[in-house]
Design a protein around this ligand. Sequence first.
Ligand code: AMP
Length: 120
Amino acid sequence: MTYDPSNIFARILRGEIPCNKVYEDSHALAFSDIRPQAKVHVLVIPKGAYVSAEDFSASASDAEIVGFTRAIARVTAMLGVAGDGYRLIANTGAHGHQEVPHFHVHILGGQPIGKMVTLP
Ligand code: AMP
């Protein structure tokens, strides 16, 4: 799948659309999900143009992968969810119900998140 630079997270990265920023560094941006599904619901996105987890894992540089992964740990520490735990979700592609075609992980926490999956 080709990266679509008009996707909403690309527009947030370019500053064209506001976000409730939680954290930013050279590799990653974290912001609140606009439709929170838990007390804590934050998205972490890489700054590079990657469609999905699949694309990021295969094509990002080692530095981007390390930088992004470390950013997630910084964000969970900042959010105060690291101790009690949280769920990391990377919806991928059609079966994964990915809506925004810029790789992102959801951090869900601040309360028990329940069982892992309820199939439709
Ligand atoms: P996914 O299904 O994993 O692609 O999830 C995309 C997420 O992006 C959803 O949880 C949306 O609520 C969230 N979202 C969409 N637009 C925005 C936005 N402008 N700011 C913050 N979160 C957004």
